[in-house]
Design a protein around this ligand. Structure first.
Ligand SMILES: Nc1ncnc2c1ncn2[C@@H]1O[C@H](COP(=O)(O)OP(=O)(O)OP(=O)(O)O)[C@@H](O)[C@H]1O
Ligand SMILES: [Mg+2]
Length: 262
């Protein structure tokens, strides 16, 4: 069993690596609320609801664009941004998820949308954002990466990213931007000045404290405002809180299944 940590103030407990037990997809957040579901499913949904409300409550109302950043690859940025986008769309927010990881893009796969046109075309100036983002079957709009470029960093230096973010701010309630790992490449820091706030994702046991601190330093150095940290991929056995939450959600799921036995 796994849990997405709620937004906390700083990365913590960077110990004992725990491999992810399975590939998560956006299917882990069901489209409709209120039906009877298994406890793990309900718990995952609950974790994203918590994240959603913390994000919306914690960020000032004029903060609408969020970067999902991490120190290293595989910490959970794409999975969390995609599922959070679904969760936000579920409360009638008009949401855009931008896949700005031009090296290991994931959104087109997670949402099963076409990747023939995307962010790389917008950054080249060959099409507008509105011509490249697509309404996914899961609720959010998705701007996939598009054809992979030879030099991703150069594309972020063109100035088109600033215009894209300005257009997206006008048209969406919330914009989530997935990114490449901060310690691996400079692409992410080039986007920071055009994004209101950053959410720092830390895989439990996946980075050292020094790596997390260096990545945060890069974010801050580029002018980023970090509104919170998501501790991801925490095993239930490592988390005392979880056993209480798990019991609570299980009894909730049992009550729902009694109400709706279908
Ligand atoms: N909370 C979670 N619990 C369990 N597994 C998770 C969780 N979040 C992500 N994973 C799994 O961890 C792996 C890496 O996740 P993901 O691709 O989202 O990371 P990433 O930070 O976007 O990586 P990259 O920097 O390489 O793009 C995937 O197999 C994903 O299914
Ligand atoms: Mg990713």
């Amino acid at each position: 069993m796994i849990r997405l940590g709620a937004i906390a103030d700083a990365p913590a407990a960077l110990a004992a690596a725990k491999p992810a037990p399975k590939e998560l997809t956006v299917a882990d957040v069901p489209a409709t609320a209120g039906s009877a579901r298994s406890a793990p499913h309900t718990m995952m949904e609950e974790a994203f609801r918590t994240l959603r409300s913390k994000l919306l409550l914690r960020a000032p109302s004029d903060v609408r664009t969020f970067l999902f950043a991490s120190a290293r690859p595989g910490e959970g940025k794409s999975t969390i941004a995609a599922n959070l986008a679904c969760s936000l769309a579920g409360v009638q927010k008009r949401v855009l998820l931008i896949d700005a990881d031009l090296r290991r893009p994931a959104a087109h796969r997670l949402f099963q949308v076409s990747n023939t046109r995307g962010l790389t075309d917008v950054l080249r100036g060959t099409c507008a954002g509105a011509d490249a983002w697509q309404l996914s079957g899961r609720g959010p709009f998705v701007l996939p990466c598009g054809p992979l470029p030879d030099d991703p960093q150069a594309l972020f230096e063109t100035g088109h990213f600033a215009k894209l973010m300005a257009d997206a701010r006008r048209q969406f309630d919330v914009v989530l931007v997935d990114s490449a790992p901060l310690l691996a490449v400079a692409d992410t820091t080039l986007m920071v000045p055009h994004i209101d706030a950053a959410v720092f994702v830390v895989r439990y046991g996946g980075v050292t404290e020094g790596e997390a601190a260096l990545a945060l330093e890069r974010l801050h150095g580029a002018g980023g405002k970090v509104v919170g940290c998501v501790l991801s991929q925490v095993a239930a056995s490592d988390d005392g809180f979880h056993s209480y939450a798990s019991d609570y959600v299980k009894s909730d799921a049992r009550a729902a299944s009694r109400r709706d036995p279908s």
